[in-house]
Design a protein around this ligand. Sequence first.
Ligand code: NAD
Length: 291
Amino acid sequence: MTSIAFIGLGNMGGGMAANLAKAGHDVRAFDLSADALDRAKAAGCLAAESAAAAVAGAEVVVTMLPAGKHVEAVYADAVLHVAAPATLLIDCSTIDVATARRVADAAAAKGLVAVDAPVSGGIAAANAGTLTFMVGGTQDAFDRARPILEAMGKAVIHAGGTGAGQAAKICNNMLLGATMVATCEAFALAEKLGLDLQRFYDISSVSSGQSWSMTSYCPVPGVGPETPADRGYQGGFAAPLMLKDLRLAMEAAASVDAQTPMGARAAELYEAFVAGDGAGLDFSGIIQTLR
Ligand code: NAD
């Protein structure tokens, strides 16, 4: 049993903290939301009065916060000056590579050990304990983080040094955003050309146009496996989160002078979708702007 501070009990963090408690760890949970804290308590976590109270005496600190500025603020206010030397810090939030490296450096300067460990898989995977973790940090830090992450996921992969987890995450999600838009376009064109969409799915899902966006997350209602399209594009992976990840990818691309024309176009299209009717919808709902 490990004593773990868990900060950020939202859509993702709530289920993740519950799975750590279920695995027998001593989880001291904190969130600014009283409702989120109550849910964590009901799931077997100990509700802490503040982030610093959760961190004091913990062997491991897990954060699952919205963006880089939240992680940096929580580290500065409640982690770096509170955690005992050699405490393992695991940030599972999706944040920019530069901030991930900055907070890891600040942690190392205090004698702490930090990894970035963003996840793939949505709220259902967080609840079920079937997330994929992509981890950036030293081999020793990865070896320490692995058993903790295994209690929350089905795959834990060492991506490389500090920041490599975030780099893998945004490259993956840029690819996902671009293939989803392309898949939606193909269905919209197929429809206008008079093709039956189930028939097109049957053909393309076993042909060279196949992708995860088509076969696991088909954006057309009633076609392929059950997806958010079958629930009016509710639930799933919210379009604003896809837009956030595409913006992170564009920032990272600019910082290293990488050419990402498809990612840039996907970012523009999600920008327009979120500004229009897409803010409350799953990211596959972008097909509605193309059909
Ligand atoms: P969320 O907004 O539901 O949860 C974030 C939680 O952090 C909230 O409960 C909020 O109250 C809390 N919080 C914010 N500032 C805080 C602070 N200073 N101290 C304590 N708590 C604080 O977000 P989420 O959907 O759980 O996503 C978390 C991260 O996971 C994001 O970086 C997101 O991009 C990433 N992610 C989300 C999904 C998804 O499907 N939702 C999938 C993969 C990755």
